[in-house]
Design a protein around this ligand. Sequence first.
Ligand code: 25A
Ligand code: L14
Length: 337
Amino acid sequence: MKKYNVAVVGATGAVGNEMIRMLEVRDFPVENLRLLASVRSVGKKLKYKGQNILVEELKKDSFKGVEIALFSAGGSISKEFAPIAAAAGVFVIDNSSAWRMDKDCPLVVPEVNPHDLSKDKKIIANPNCSTIQMVVALKPLHDAARIKRIVVSTYQAVSGAGHKAMVELAEQVKAIEAGREPECKIFPYQIAYNVIPQIDVFLENGYTKEEMKMVNETQKIMGDGSIKVTATTVRVPVMRGHSECVNIETEKHLTAVQARELLAKAPGVIVVDDPSTKKYPLPVYCEGKIETFVGRIRQDESIANGLNLWVVSDNLLKGAAWNAVQIAEELIKQKIV
Ligand code: 25A
Ligand code: L14
């Protein structure tokens, strides 16, 4: 089997680290792995299959010989370096929001729209974490009954804001237990023992950018601009694993039993749904897993054709690193790379 020269840009970050781990656990056909980050991290060593690999500074000429590059170094880095890599013939899979809504860039969740990948589209966008897990759960229901409207509320883990945000939550818990004032550097308010109804910045319409990403990205990935979406995104004091309460209205009637059956055989989905034994997805049990977990599947009794679902997934894996590596696997499977 052919092996590929792979680069990870932003390798030292929370997501970058998981990208390396995913390449390893999936036994991705790596010929040579280059780890790139800012000058701050040069000289650090990261482990890959027992080897220590030196982190190099990301530069314009970093992509010589590279075939696939996984980017998670923030939007400004992607804007600058993804076109340079693409011009050098590299397939870029970019985890930032920089290219997601660009009409020339496919926005891909392999369970939903693998057909959007093609040889001439070198910059491929990895969607927003909350959007990815939602569309994985909704695609089979949309295919069966056409979703007209989605109302979603999220309960997002601090790891979405990076490694430092995880340290902030742990430190705040310790400070409060010790009777000290908690320090807020990453989040605008105390996140320990609290919830914050703001993720990313506010836009003119009163929604946050995270909320509007869920609207726009869902329509693009599903290839259906007629699906109406409204979102409220909330930060909760959970380390890893985003949870979502998803309400859908469909054109055709679907019972909860039918929805459960469709989801049970859907790719990338695990149904955990048994009220009699208190079984439902929980973020602490989804940590480290690549699937999207769905439970609390029940009829919305306030309308004719509606369902409620509870959807949980590890935001650093399916929401970021795993979806990116899965896209790379798909490029190989479709003989695009
Ligand atoms: O925070 P950044 O800029 O997104 O950085 C993430 C990675 O990109 C590298 C950086 O290397 C890190 O590996 N990077 C940044 N600037 C770069 C440059 N000029 C660059 N690579 C090449 N050239 P690093 O070695 O500089 O960083 C080491 C640690 O520092 C944290 N960090 C770096 N820049 C930061 C920062 N923290 C806050 N603000 C900055 N400007 C970094 O923390 C790393 O641990 P982190 O990786 O845990 O990531 C936090 C950021 O990641 C984004 N993010 C998280 N999940 C997702 C996501 N973005 C998209 N999708 C996701 N699913 C968050 O937005 C968060 O800002
Ligand atoms: O657009 O939980 O992918 O802070 C991913 C992390 C948006 C914010 C993205 C978070 C970001 C999100």
